[in-house]
Design a protein around this ligand. Structure first.
Ligand SMILES: [Zn+2]
Length: 453
């Protein structure tokens, strides 16, 4: 009652005031707020700038005459996939999916919460199942839920195998599978990378500190404050990592990251929580992180690996969960083998990927740094030495640095020592050695000693 009275008074008061107001001024004031908060503007904020930056790198390889790419750099788990075989497999899988779809639409197994959402659950099942199979994550029963939350555009990961989407986020992207794949990929990444477990550990120790300072331990309060900030930083880094790993998952499953940009733009319209209070990065930082990392994605090889994994796995059966609130996507017993599990990229793999892609992006100095870090860990990869030699050659040609030529020689010599039969290694070996008389002498010596043999 009190509330109604107050609002009535406010109303009367304001009507009196308004008659004396300058309407144009009122509009201007509001529009100034809107310039800062307007959601259409925020939807596109930074997008163009960042995408242009990304496109710049994406288009650079064809423009830069210093870049040689015989396309022989392949990831260790890269496999050629026979397209006819793959198409046949998809067709066979489709028959099984259709069976599941029929049951879901009929609602015969969905007798409670999910009954009305058969179509939506089926969509989520198909996207999640594809991501799981393409990334060899079918070692476990996955659970996926869509929870009714009209205002909370969000998704969660719980424990090692449970993903939850709110109806808000699902409905916002129910016509964009690529965006949904990025959401689901992100949450699967949190579970696979162990973020939920890590967070629980930190929160437990924070709670212990909290009860210590509440019991009168003043020094515990200072530690608590410092550790809380550390936690927020860690949590932000986990978000960045899940964005990258999730995008990788979606890409391997054949989803289009260009279409998924809708999701990033959408996130950018959500309210901003200041960094020191939030366990998530600022939205525009996340978008930046996404595109910065995408420059170093292997966008042609990863989908191939995903195809290979799908070809060599079976459809994962779907069931309504025992509490009738989510789906269970069943573990694949049939295709289980010791090698059939997902492993995160090793330090070597990361350095090599960044070295290779930096080179293709024309970021030669960056590439040189990453190659150096890679060779500290692995000295057995002839193809890596070949590309490192190409990269140093580019630096030599652009900057005329003799140390770069020296590097190019050393790298190709290492490659040649490991693999003498590769035509590209041989070609680079001969070309680079022509560039320096010192090496030519070495060459003659080598050919001589070969003849002796
Ligand atoms: Zn997250």
């Amino acid at each position: 009652m009190k509330k109604i009275l107050i609002s009535l008074m406010v109303c009367l008061f304001s009507i009196n005031c308004v008659s004396a107001r300058d309407y144009a001024q009122m509009q201007i004031k509001e529009m100034q707020h809107a310039q800062k908060y307007n959601t259409t503007q925020k939807y596109f904020y930074n997008q163009e700038k960042i995408m242009n930056n990304y496109n710049y790198y994406a288009s650079k390889p064809t423009q830069n005459t210093y870049i040689k790419d015989p396309k022989i750099f392949k990831l260790p788990d890269y496999q050629e996939v026979d397209d006819a075989k793959y198409q046949a497999k998809l067709k066979a899988d489709d028959k099984i999916y259709t069976q599941y779809q029929k049951t879901m639409f009929k609602g015969t197994i969905f007798n409670y919460n999910a009954k009305a959402n058969g179509e939506d659950y089926y969509k989520v099942y198909r996207i999640a199942e594809r991501i799981i199979r393409a990334n060899k994550l079918d070692y476990i029963n996955w659970r996926i839920g869509i929870y009714k939350e009209a205002e909370n555009v969000n998704a969660y990961s719980v424990g090692p195998n449970y993903i939850i989407l709110t109806t808000s986020i699902y409905d916002s992207f129910n016509n964009n599978d690529d965006a949904l794949a990025l959401v689901i990929g992100h949450e699967i990444a949190h579970t696979v990378l162990g973020h939920t477990q890590r967070k629980q550990d930190i929160i437990r120790s924070l709670n212990a500190l909290k009860s210590m300072y509440k019991a009168g331990d003043i020094s515990a309060k200072a530690v608590y404050t410092v550790k809380t900030q550390q936690y927020l930083t860690d949590s932000k880094n986990m978000e960045y990592a899940a964005d990258v790993e999730g995008a990788k998952f979606a890409l391997k499953a054949g989803y289009n990251l260009d279409n998924a940009v809708d999701l990033l733009s959408f996130i950018n319209t959500l309210p901003i929580i200041p960094g020191f209070q939030s366990d998530h990065p600022l939205h525009n930082k996340r978008i930046e992180n996404f595109y910065d990392n995408r420059k170093y994605f292997l966008e042609d090889q990863w989908p191939q690996i995903g195809k290979y994994n799908i070809l060599n796995s079976e459809v994962m059966p779907v069931k309504l969960s025992s509490d009738r609130k989510s789906l269970t996507i069943g573990r694949n017993h049939e295709t289980e083998s010791k090698n059939n599990y997902y492993s995160v990229e090793s330090m070597e793999d990361v350095y090599l990927r960044f070295a290779y892609k930096s080179y293709l992006n024309g970021e030669f100095k960056k590439s040189a740094k990453y190659f150096k870090q890679y060779f500290e860990l692995d000295k057995t990869n002839a193809i890596a030495y070949l590309y490192a030699s190409y990269n140093s050659e580019a630096i030599y040609k652009i900057l005329g640095r003799s140390s770069a030529l020296e590097d190019a020689k050393n790298y190709i010599n290492s490659a040649y020592n490991i693999n003498k039969s590769n035509e590209y290694i041989k070609e680079q070996y001969e070309n680079i050695n022509k560039l320096s008389p010192v090496v030519e002498v070495k060459n003659k010596k080598e050919t001589k000693s070969k003849k002796k043999k």
